[in-house]
Design a protein around this ligand. Structure first.
Ligand SMILES: NC(=O)c1ccc[n+]([C@@H]2O[C@H](COP(=O)([O-])OP(=O)(O)OC[C@H]3O[C@@H](n4cnc5c(N)ncnc54)[C@H](O)[C@@H]3O)[C@@H](O)[C@H]2O)c1
Length: 322
């Protein structure tokens, strides 16, 4: 297939583009490099620097069998300060992208949605039919695109899959997890282990969880990448899909710190500080639907494996730049 991958210079997009190439697909990698890095784009892909909402540019790229749309701003906290930017970049650009894909007759669209659409849920695990209640413009931006996708697929314009990722993590030797600024727990903890940061802050110790710290569901980026290929295939049969992608296992912040200590052999200076408003106590996916519909199963998402792969990817990357 010829596949348009937006956001392919970012963490999940680059990893997925690499897998697509290894399976013999042609990949056009579109990224405006607002957060991604040119060097992340896998060698075999055709790289186009530009905005996914630039209709003339996207139209000029030719025909595609499918588009996988990773491009987006990703930081919920930043979205509380710059909501307009998130609605423009994540919603308006996505709608323009969809419009031009439909004009060009592209049949399948796979979208990076997020567990942020669920907000703070009391009952775990979270199934796809739970009430939607985003707590930030970021989560809302994902929901707005999902809603447009639902109508477009129902009206027969394009087949769509909304993949609601929980916490993407891990990494491959080619693609370590690196965001700028970094806000994700595992890379931050590894930075401390590597001596690049002095200490790690953990927000809150009084949550209603067994050890008092927040619980999250970490899903290895390689498992995510595989699910995208399966979702493209599944759209041959389905007009519209909405699927959680998570490991279905919750790990507390303390468990992550322990795993990082164990994997790296380093002690970490951990500072337990006040909770942040808006952080849900727990977010654990039910992944039953993705398993059933995609015949997918997470193979790399055990916490120690995620941390070990993230550490190996990070170490290889640092060595390259030494
Ligand atoms: N990382 C996670 O845990 C997580 C969880 C849920 C959902 N997601 C979603 O997955 C997607 C990928 O996340 P990531 O962690 O790889 O982030 P990332 O920042 O590494 O990658 C996003 C990429 O999109 C590009 N981009 C942003 N806006 C663009 C635009 N308008 N046009 C073209 N390129 C643009 C950036 O330059 C970057 O390369 C995002 O949509 C994010 O919201 C990520």
């Amino acid at each position: 297939m010829r596949i348009l991958v937006t956001g392919a210079a970012g963490f999940i997009g680059a990893t997925t583009a690499e897998l697509m190439l290894s399976r013999g697909h042609d990949v056009v990698a579109l990224d405006n490099l607002v957060a991604g890095r040119r060097e992340n784009v896998p060698g075999g892909a055709t790289f186009v620097e530009g905005d996914c909402g630039d209709m003339a540019l996207v139209s000029s790229l030719g025909d595609f069998d499918a588009c996988v749309h990773f491009a987006g701003l990703i930081e919920p906290r930043v979205s509380m300060e710059q909501p307009e930017r998130f609605f423009e970049n994540n919603v308006a650009s996505s709608l323009r992208l969809l419009e031009v894909l439909i004009q060009r007759g592209v049949g399948r669209f796979v979208f990076s949605s997020s567990c942020a659409v669920y907000g703070d849920q009391l009952e775990m695990p979270i199934t796809e039919d739970r009430p939607i209640n985003p707590l930030s413009p970021y989560g809302q931006s994902k929901r707005m695109v999902e809603e447009a996708m639902t109508w477009l697929s129902r009206l027969g314009r394009i087949r769509t899959a909304s993949l609601r990722y929980f916490n993407a993590a891990g990494g491959t030797l080619a693609h370590p997890e690196r965001h700028d600024p970094e806000t994700h727990l595992i890379p931050l903890a590894l930075d401390v282990a590597a001596g690049r940061r002095d200490y790690l802050e953990i927000y809150g110790t009084d949550y209603p969880t067994p050890d008092g710290t927040c619980i999250r569901d970490y899903i290895h980026v390689s498992d995510l990448a595989e699910a995208h290929l399966l979702a493209i295939e599944a759209l041959a049969e389905h007009g519209e899909l909405t699927l959680n992608l998570g490991s279905a296992v919750g790990s507390s912040n303390r468990q992550v710190v322990d795993a990082v200590r164990h994997v790296t052999g380093m002690d970490l200076d951990v500072r337990y500080v006040a909770p942040r408003p808006g952080d849900p106590a727990s977010a654990i996916a039910s992944n039953d639907k993705a398993r059933e519909v995609l015949h997918w199963q997470p193979r790399h998402s055990e916490l120690e494996k995620i941390v070990a792969d993230a550490w190996a990817a990070r170490s290889a990357w640092s060595k390259d730049r030494a």
